[in-house]
Design a binder for this molecule. Structure first.
Ligand code: C5P
Length: 223
């Protein structure tokens, strides 16, 4: 089966506080989107990569990405960007959806997700235990409940799907769902999503502190 990785990189990255869109912020001189794509390609389990970028960054993306990677225009919401990626690769048997912001994801995690799909699972996500206590709050900031930590997981990417299932999930999805990941759209269909152990290095580089951590990880690896 043909494995296509979709890399949504069309977000503005407001929370990171850098001038360029997040996927184009560099770590040791390399844009995050390039690092994410290199990780996918070096896993050895990905046949094709489609990167989804803001319309004004198509040219910058093609300048920094390897030959053979498809670059397509994203949309206002993440769901619009992933949908554009799906449309650009209609011949996939398996889709991986992988945030450009998870630039340091180890190739071994990528191959473990694909291995689980090859064993017959239709939807697979990497998961880590949470270390903070998670509470729900109302709009005033009053606590309305405390979730049971032992039942909670922080979910990473790449998320892997049988291609037909992901297409079906996206044909039913609208931005109003407020989905923050792809698996939740599959959950809405009532289909089972399987977790596998995630990897701390697959953390999403979202805040300025995350950027400090990512740069320190690279510096330590090069030392
Ligand atoms: O905003 P969040 O951190 O959840 O974004 C996750 C990923 O989705 C990032 O790689 C971002 O570039 C991408 N994204 C996108 N199109 C959007 C919004 C986010 O491709 N409209």
């Amino acid at each position: 089966g043909r494995v296509v990785a979709l890399v949504p990189a069309a977000g503005r990255g407001v929370r990171l506080g850098e001038s360029e869109p997040k996927a184009f912020v560099t770590l040791a001189g390399t844009p995050m989107v390039r690092l994410a794509v290199d990780g996918l390609l070096s896993s050895g389990v990905v046949d094709h990569v489609v990167v989804v970028v803001p319309p004004d960054l198509i040219d910058s993306a093609s300048a920094c990405l390897p030959d053979g990677v498809d670059i397509v225009e994203g949309g206002a919401e993440r769901i619009d960007s992933v949908r554009a990626g799906i449309a650009a690769a209609p011949d996939a048997d398996i889709y991986l959806v992988h945030d450009a912001a998870r630039a340091l994801t180890p190739p071994s995690l990528i191959s473990r997700v694909v291995a689980e799909l090859r064993c017959g699972r239709a939807a697979v996500v990497p998961a880590l235990d949470v270390t903070d206590t998670i509470k729900s709050v109302d709009i005033l900031g009053n606590v309305t409940g405390t979730l049971k930590r032992s039942e909670l997981r922080a979910i990473q990417t790449p998320q892997g799907f049988d291609a037909e299932l992901l297409r079906r999930a996206y044909s039913a999805a609208t931005p109003a769902d407020g989905a923050t990941d792809d698996a939740s759209l599959v959950e809405h269909l009532g289909e089972r999503v399987r977790t596998i152990p995630g990897d701390a290095l697959a953390f999403k580089i979202t805040t300025p502190l995350d950027l400090v951590l990512a740069r320190a990880v690279i510096a330590a690896a090069e030392a």
